[in-house]
Design a protein around this ligand. Structure first.
Ligand code: HAM
Length: 414
């Protein structure tokens, strides 16, 4: 018997209601901010992610689902920011409108060791605003993430915020770290020893207690930000304060993707356990240029849908819609019944019937179990008289009506 691959999920019909409700709420909120949906492909040239996320990023090093084809190496997308940036450049979207706001909903793939909240196929609900370095855009993007969470009925989360500074600031901090940690490299974990060579910034958010203690002991000066980046960060914070939005400045928040510059943020929830990030985002002012496009500043974020579902208080699936159950007894009645079902559906009435040859008793029991609002019966008698037995399932009241009338009755009741 085949089983699903560990770290993937079957989203069964009883759960799909929650997903649809979440998607609908998100779409409404995105449209309030005039974000438009974009749907890039799920598969891209692998090098797009190497270039965007950085060769030393964990996702690129260990987690890409790769597919070789002739001379090409493709990857199932581990995230969508790089794809959106590629689509923006390839479709010359900057020439249509030089400021664009996109959102996306869809699956991402990372070859991780599965655990609670960590999947190999998971879903992002994300946004990218491309074309402006303005600090008030950062504030608004964080506010959008906050409104989405609230709109989805989630509370108790924390927004962690930091500024990495521009590319020059990041380089300076990297060199400072390399110098400061030179004598202590043997005390770092194996991953951080490698990071010290390739991507020292990532040592700052290593989860190992030992590395964290070493980082806490470093003297790195008050800030590594240049005056412009300091001013930008001040404006972002002032904007959030003006909106009364709670956040926590975490100077060591760096994020695992190379494309970030200036503002970075992460939203965590205490109920998630070890994988506590509900979502994350930040600026990527150099990415579009690095991928061959015009110099275009941008910012975005993505929320992990499976993690949102783990903490949402709204765990009740949407109740099913009112519907009509038709019981037709015998071959001719079934033929007439199919016609009536088709007419009802054309009139927008949700209806269903038995496909398993149930007896009248069995079919009525099923109508009851499925919580039909009305049950229609066409038996021999009704067939002759061109009528339908019309039963209101709540009151138990039953009457015989002309077939044409029953649609009117149902429509009048809804
Ligand atoms: P990320 O932090 O890699 O950022 O992913 C965002 C969110 O996706 C995480 O906070 C988490 O909730 C969820 N997530 C990540 N990996 C998994 C997994 N294996 N299983 C379940 N959920 C997961 C990005 O991907 C950036 N593209 C965000 C962004 C958009 N930055 C700018 N624009």
């Amino acid at each position: 018997m085949y089983k699903r691959i560990p770290g993937t999920k079957d989203i069964l019909p009883e759960e799909v209601g929650l997903w649809q409700a979440m998607e609908e709420t998100s779409r409404k909120i995105f449209s309030l901010y005039r974000y438009q949906e974009i749907r890039p492909p799920l598969i891209e040239e692998a090098s797009l992610f190497n270039r965007s996320l950085g060769d030393s990023a964990e996702i690129v090093q260990k987690q890409m689902f790769l597919v070789k084809h002739a001379q090409h190496l493709f990857a199932l997308r581990p995230e969508a920011t790089a794809s959106v940036a590629r689509a923006y450049i390839e479709n010359n979207l900057d020439k249509r409108e030089n400021f664009c706001k996109f959102y996306y909903l869809g699956p991402m793939f990372r070859l991780e060791r599965p655990q609670k909240g960590r999947l190999r196929q998971f879903h992002h609900l994300g946004a990218e605003a491309i074309g402006s370095p303005a600090a008030h855009l950062d504030t608004e993007v964080i506010c959008l993430a906050d409104q989405l969470l609230k709109g989805l009925g989630i509370s108790g989360y924390k927004i962690k915020l930091n500024s990495l500074g521009c590319a020059k600031d990041k380089n300076e901090l990297s060199s400072k770290l390399q110098k400061a940690l030179k004598g202590q490299s043997l005390k770092l974990c194996a991953d951080c020893r490698l990071r010290l060579q390739k991507n020292p910034l990532r040592i700052l958010d290593c989860k190992q207690e030992n590395c964290q203690a070493i980082v806490r002991g470093l003297v790195l000066g008050e800030t590594h930000l240049c005056p412009e980046c300091q001013q930008h960060f001040r404006e972002v914070k002032a904007g959030l304060d003006a909106l009364n939005l709670d956040y926590l400045v975490v100077p060591h928040l760096v994020r695992g993707l190379d494309y970030y510059t200036r503002t970075v943020f992460e939203i965590i929830h205490p109920d998630l356990g070890a994988q506590d990030a509900l979502g994350a985002g930040g600026r990527y002012d150099n990415l579009i240029k690095e991928l061959g496009g015009p110099h275009t500043a941008a910012i975005g974020f993505a929320l992990g849908v499976e993690r949102l579902l783990l903490v949402t208080s709204n765990q009740k699936p949407a109740t099913s819609k009112d519907f009509v159950y038709l019981v037709s007894l015998g071959q001719e009645a079934r033929k007439q019944g199919l016609k009536l079902l088709a007419e009802m559906r054309t009139q927008g009435i949700c209806c269903d019937t038995d496909y398993q040859g149930k007896s009248l008793k069995g079919a009525l029991r099923q109508a009851n179990d499925l919580q039909a609002r009305f049950t229609l019966i066409i038996g021999e008698d009704e067939l002759k008289k061109h009528t339908v037995t019309f039963k209101d399932m709540a009151s138990g009241e039953q009457k015989e009506v002309e077939r044409e009338k029953c649609i009117e009755l149902i429509l009048a009741a809804s």
